[in-house]
Write a protein that binds this ligand. Structure first.
Ligand code: TTP
Ligand code: MG
Length: 345
């Protein structure tokens, strides 16, 4: 299995930063976006606040009355959703240019699969360019985390905030995770954290030492997930199935044949045609599917999937021919059609 490289980008104090951008006189002062505090009697909550306001202990989802109590002189602003949504759209247009495999998870957060770059240094350089482009075009700072999977990338960006960029390579994962509080693991909320703390489990290192079976005993199925996460394991993909595209070509022979030369020279032409299209606009390939229709219309196919990799003609040729050969060896009938389909991003 190939090594994955995943980037997580998250905008800094998103709603409040946009408000600062629109009103530069707010800079350096505590800014809170959320419900009307009504002089301390307001009943809504804080959506977010800038880092000046965080120094007073204000944070997302806190009752606005509490925020008012903590810092009555803060600038309290209503939530201007339309403005934030439009800004988000412009940012995500930029983000999506940096990899064909992306996933937007909220207004200010997205993942990119950068496995096609094959090395973390290149990924770091890409991240620098991405941060710079967002800042240049939108005048907003962001934080980027890079790691070998989504889970790590997300935790890394959380640790790098604000306006940060941090890369954790596979060899550094456990050292990075171990000293962090258990709440840093997505899925461990205040209640689970409390249960664990009562068992003396405070940091991820303690959590890793607990047996998987013990965690299962406490939390059920979720406990197994927690055990995996404490070890930095996360197999989930950035791409969702529906955005996986494919390019395919096929050829029906004038006459059913079993002539290896005819079959393979035709197949080479098919590979070349598919290859040309891949080169035109795709960053990576993640699967090869070979189709063979035999006399009597019996259709068989064989596929090979992998994590997204940079396309290479020799690799495509080798993989596709091997699959075709396997199909031909399994079925001795005359061949009517051959085809190739490649999953691309
Ligand atoms: P976050 O990325 O969680 O927070 P943030 O961008 O304000 O701050 P930072 O990333 O620097 O820690 O959420 C993005 C936006 O989503 C946030 O600006 C406001 C909104 N939001 C809410 O409205 N309510 C909430 O409880 C949270 C967490 C976020
Ligand atoms: Mg954010």
């Amino acid at each position: 299995m190939r090594n994955k490289i995943v980037l997580h980008v998250d905008m800094d104090y998103f709603f409040a930063q946009i408000e600062e951008r629109e009103n530069p006189r707010f800079r350096g002062k505590p800014v809170v976006a959320g419900a009307d505090p009504k002089g301390g009697r307001g009943r809504g909550v804080v959506s977010t606040c800038n880092y000046e306001a965080r120094k007073y202990g204000i944070g997302s989802a806190m009752p606005i009355s509490k925020a008012f109590q903590l810092c009555p002189e803060a600038i309290f602003l209503p939530v201007n959703h339309e403005l934030y949504e439009n800004t988000s759209r412009s940012i995500m247009e930029i983000v999506k240019k940096y990899s064909k495999i992306w996933k937007i998870v909220s207004l200010d957060e997205a993942y990119l699969d950068l496995s096609f770059l094959r090395n973390f240094k290149k990924a770091e350089n890409l991240a620098k360019r991405l941060k710079r482009e967002i800042f240049k075009k939108e005048k907003l700072t962001s934080t980027i985390g890079i790691g070998p999977n989504k889970l790590i990338a997300k935790i890394v960006s959380g640790e790098a905030k604000p306006n940060g960029l941090l890369v954790i390579e596979p060899a550094g994962v456990q050292k990075f995770l171990d000293p962090l509080n258990i709440e840093k693991i997505p899925g461990i909320g205040p209640k689970s954290a409390e249960i664990l703390r009562n068992l003396g489990v405070k940091i991820i290192k303690d959590l890793r030492k607990l047996k998987k079976s013990k965690l299962k005993e406490i939390f059920g199925k979720v406990g197994e997930d927690i055990a995996e996460k404490a070890r930095g394991i996360d197999e989930s993909e950035v791409s969702s199935e529906e955005i996986v595209k494919s390019i395919g070509k096929e050829h029906t022979f004038e006459k059913d044949t079993r002539e290896p030369e005819i079959i393979f020279s035709t197949f080479e032409k098919i590979i070349k045609n598919v290859w040309q299209e891949i080169q035109e606009e795709h960053f990576s390939i993640q699967g090869v599917n070979v189709i063979c229709r035999f006399q009597g219309f019996e259709t068989k196919s064989k596929q090979k999937s992998f994590l997204p990799i940079e396309p290479k003609l020799e690799f495509l040729e080798k993989t596709a021919k091997k699959l075709l050969l396997e199909l031909l060896l399994k079925n001795q009938k005359l061949v009517r059609l051959i085809g190739l389909r490649v999953k691309v991003e």
